[in-house]
Unconditional design. Structure first.
Length: 319
């Protein structure tokens, strides 16, 4: 959950509704989260499971499309109907950013004396760094970052705010973690405006990420890389994605936003996973595959082999 205390009046003001109501929420959460006193938003149709979950929540506010719910259909939830819920939640996130409402992940500096930080690295004051961690030259670690014991940041790594890293994880040169994800809505003039991504990134222990990787922040909840995941060079893990324990992503893989890679899955060189798609447990994705649908557990998918022919030119080029 993105923790930021908001009153109903403030939410209504941010999304352009009459400023009434006395409900207060403790933050924002994605659909499916089991959180009371929370703000949710519904952009499209939802499943029966999501609706049943919302009916069980207490003291929540739900932003939804106009005409999508009848009175009392979501139980105790207060429903705020708007024409564009995605734009509305973007405005709430902008309000949180402008007002500094988000609660910090790190409140004071705690750096173990055995950590080795290069004098050529830039490390903010409000960080937590565990024993034996190494931060090489030209790294940048912003505020609100925690790094466990024995991890290594190779030269040029940049870790933005709201990132949590476990123990014994390694980040290759010039990898970037926690920057703004790629998400936009159109304003009243039709221009694209950025959605603030405040969910951060959570990376487990014994993770390896190669050089020149990118792992942007989630929107409301964090982008997650679980324990013992191995990621090669030039890999992009999109915002809100989740890579489960022991999965492997080889060179030049691209995971679009909200993709889910299950435990022990293998994603081959230069493959891409469409937004929101799930690759199942121990599934194998061969090189150059474009995954457009969910893959079941233990499934195997490969790209078509190239059509190879002998050149039919009238003249043969000299060797």
């Amino acid at each position: 959950m993105l923790r930021a205390t908001l009153s109903e009046i403030e939410i209504r003001r941010a999304i352009g509704l009459p400023e009434t109501g006395n409900r207060v929420v403790d933050g924002l959460a994605p659909l499916g989260a089991v959180e009371d006193r929370c703000l949710y938003f519904i952009n499209k149709t939802t499943t029966d499971t999501i609706r049943d979950s919302l009916r069980m929540r207490r003291d929540c506010i739900v932003i939804a499309p106009i005409g999508s719910w009848g009175a009392g259909e979501l139980g105790d939830c207060t429903v705020l109907e708007v024409a564009d819920p995605r734009m509305a939640i973007a405005n709430v996130l902008r309000f949180i950013t402008a007002q500094g409402r988000q609660q910090p992940w790190v409140r004071e500096r705690k750096v173990d004396p055995s950590a080795v930080i290069s004098p050529l690295a830039v490390v903010d004051e409000k960080v937590e760094i565990g024993a034996g961690t190494i931060i090489e030259p030209f790294c940048v670690v912003e505020a609100d970052v925690s790094i466990g014991c024995g991890s290594i940041l190779r030269s040029g790594v940049r870790v933005h705010s709201r990132v949590a890293i476990g123990d014994d994880s390694i980040f290759g040169a010039n990898t970037v973690v926690g920057h703004q994800g790629f998400g936009f809505v159109r304003d009243e003039l039709g221009h694209k405006t950025r959605i603030p991504h405040l969910g951060g990134v959570v990376i487990g222990s014994h993770v390896e990420i190669g050089a020149l990787g990118t792992v942007p922040s989630g929107t409301i909840g964090p982008t997650i890389i679980e324990d013992r995941v191995k990621i090669d060079d030039h890999v992009h893990v999109g915002h809100n994605a989740r890579v489960a324990k022991g999965a492997s992503l080889t060179a030049a893989v691209v995971l679009a936003g909200s993709a889910l890679i299950a435990e022990e899955a293998w994603i081959g060189i230069n493959s891409s996973i469409r937004d929101g798609r799930r690759v199942g447990y121990r599934a194998f994705v061969g090189m150059d595959v474009s995954v457009q649908q969910d893959l079941a557990d233990n499934s195997v998918t490969r790209a078509p082999r190239p059509d190879i022919k002998v050149r039919s030119d009238d003249t043969v080029a000299p060797r």
